[in-house]
Design a protein around this ligand. Structure first.
Ligand SMILES: *Cc1c(COP(=O)(O)O)cnc(C)c1O
Length: 234
């Protein structure tokens, strides 16, 4: 099942890349493996996937030692300050930085572990109350503040778009994040490089690619629905 799903997702990605006249190497598929067992991750790995996304520190630390060490782990979920120390040397990128306080702890742990932490700033583009992320109007200022911290490198922006029936409804959200990305890039802030745009999930990744995504985070369409107890969660 994963094989067919992945072929499908890859085809959709390639079609979206072609439609928007982009280069295939500019878009990376992150397979979101949260709640899924190591066996399924191994299957995707054997089909060529190297980038995996998880939203819980505990799941990364559980799975990390049981899987090949050339996997690039992306932390895509909300990160609590007191848990940074467990993943700082295990993840290739933290997509969900939305406060100075969190960035300070990432910086402190990165220096301690002698690594540079690549991070994205999470932006709540649609201003949904239930969502994490800095508001668009506060993003540039947050980048400036974080940019002077040691051991941390801002590589771009991330958003979790609203859940919608029709992916087209999220086009303005992706377009707005892309615009913010260009605007912040144009400020030429030292140690801030606007290279990565992490947006698009199972329901809307092709639209996100058309609007400039460099990372799409796809879970359900690769691994199937996630079940938590008897509850199905998207
Ligand atoms: C779960 C999750 C995804 C993947 O969602 P799907 O709809 O299953 O593709 C992407 N990004 C974040 C931040 C997530 O938490």
């Amino acid at each position: 099942m994963i094989k067919e799903n992945l072929e499908n997702v890859r085809k959709n990605i390639n079609d979206a890349i072609a439609r928007s006249s982009r280069d295939a190497e500019d878009v990376t598929l992150i397979a979101v493996s949260k709640t899924k067992p190591v066996e399924m991750i191994k299957e995707a790995y054997d089909l060529g996937i190297r980038d995996f996304g998880e939203n819980k520190v505990q799941e990364i630390t559980d799975k990390y030692p049981r899987l090949p060490d050339d996997i690039k782990w992306h932390l895509i979920g909300h990160l609590q300050t007191n848990k940074v120390k467990y993943i700082i040397d295990k993840v290739c990128m933290i997509h969900s930085v939305d406060s100075y306080k969190l960035a300070e702890e990432i910086s402190r742990q990165a220096v301690k572990h002698n690594v540079t932490a690549d991070i994205l700033i999470e932006v709540n583009v649609a201003g949904e109350e239930s969502k994490f992320g800095v508001l668009p109007e506060d993003a540039a200022k947050l980048c400036e503040m974080i940019s002077i911290l040691p051991g941390i490198h801002i590589r771009g922006l991330m958003t979790v778009a609203p859940y919608v029936e029709d992916a087209e409804e999220n086009r303005p959200v992706f377009c707005a994040l892309r615009q913010l990305f260009v605007d912040i890039g144009a400020k030429n802030i030292d140690n801030v490089d606007m290279e990565c745009l992490s947006m698009g999930m199972s329901g809307d990744y092709t639209v996100a690619i058309e609007e400039g995504a460099t990372f799409v985070r796809v879970g359900t369409n690769i691994f199937g629905q996630r079940e938590y107890g008897n509850r199905v969660e998207r």
